[in-house]
Every structure is written in structure tokens, then in C-alpha cells.
Design a protein around this ligand. Structure first.
Ligand code: MG
Length: 155
């Protein structure tokens, strides 16, 4: 068994769509980034890559590469899964925590679990997603950005 952790932050801005765990949420702001800026998937990719000692998401998908401009992060996650399977690993389970003051994440968690399980080729029971506010403290509390943490266990 091997464990990995990941962390990511993206800035909230107007005129961007908000994508979290492969699901589009209705909100007046979205996350800024070279890809679709799905902060939760990026943290998850780093956790999985970390567990396999395969560097990080920026190493595999550099934001200077135009191929990844506006890309659906689910495609990056699917490629991360291909990389770890190539090394003989399989996902045990993963656990994601999203830190956001708004919008409410909890109603979307079942859809998010389903979407991530589809793109990782695993069972929904292997994908835990949690959400928290930071009690209006810090950049997430001021709604300047969204942060995400993830851990993954590989077998
Ligand atoms: Mg990122």
C-alpha cells in the first residue's frame, strides 16, 4: 500500500464557469486557471501521483502547454490513472476535502462521486468527497478562492 496527499488552490473570478469534481455548479464566480481549474481534481491528481512517486500534475500537464488550455480536468485524472496502472498500481480509496464559503457543495456530492468514479474507472464507494467552510476566515472565507485537499491510497 502507498499513500499520497495533494493540495491545490485556485482564485475565484467573475466570467468563469465553476467546475468542482467534474461537475459544473451554478455560481456568480468561477475558478481561474489554464485548464477548467477544477481545484478538487487537481488536488486528487497530486495525491494519486504522489502515492506512486510520479511527481505532480504540473510536471505531467504544464500550464505553458496549449494542449491543456481549457481542458476538462477529468481527462487529466483519467491520464493520471493510466500512468499509475502502467506502474502496476490500483486505487484503494481517495478522500477529498473542498474548502469553500459558497456555493453550497454538499447537495452536489453524490453527482461528484459518480463523475470521479466514472473517470477513474472505480466504484463510487472508493471516492469520498467532503466540504467545509473556513468560518469566513482567510482567502476561502473571503470567497477569493477555493482550496482542496486530497489523500489517496494505492494498492
Ligand atoms: Mg490547479
Amino acid at each position: 500500500m502507498r499513500i499520497g496527499m495533494g493540495f491545490d488552490v485556485h482564485r475565484l473570478v467573475t466570467d468563469r464557469e465553476l467546475w468542482l469534481c467534474g461537475v459544473k455548479l451554478e455560481h456568480e464566480k468561477g475558478l481561474l486557471g489554464h485548464s477548467d481549474a477544477d481545484v478538487a481534481i487537481h488536488a486528487l491528481c497530486d495525491a494519486i501521483l504522489g502515492a506512486a512517486c510520479l511527481r505532480d500534475i504540473g510536471f505531467h500537464f504544464p500550464d505553458t502547454d496549449s494542449r491543456y488550455k481549457g481542458i476538462d480536468s477529468c481527462k487529466l485524472l483519467a491520464e493520471v490513472m493510466r500512468l499509475i496502472r502502467e506502474k502496476g498500481y490500483e486505487l484503494g480509496n481517495c478522500d477529498i476535502t473542498i474548502c469553500a464559503e459558497r456555493p453550497k457543495i454538499n447537495p452536489h456530492i453524490p453527482d461528484m462521486q459518480l463523475r470521479l468514479a466514472q473517470c477513474m474507472g472505480c466504484d463510487v464507494s472508493q471516492v469520498s468527497i467532503k466540504a467545509t467552510t473556513t468560518e469566513k476566515l482567510g482567502f476561502t472565507g473571503r470567497e477569493e478562492g477555493i482550496a482542496a485537499y486530497a489523500v489517496a491510497l494505492l494498492l
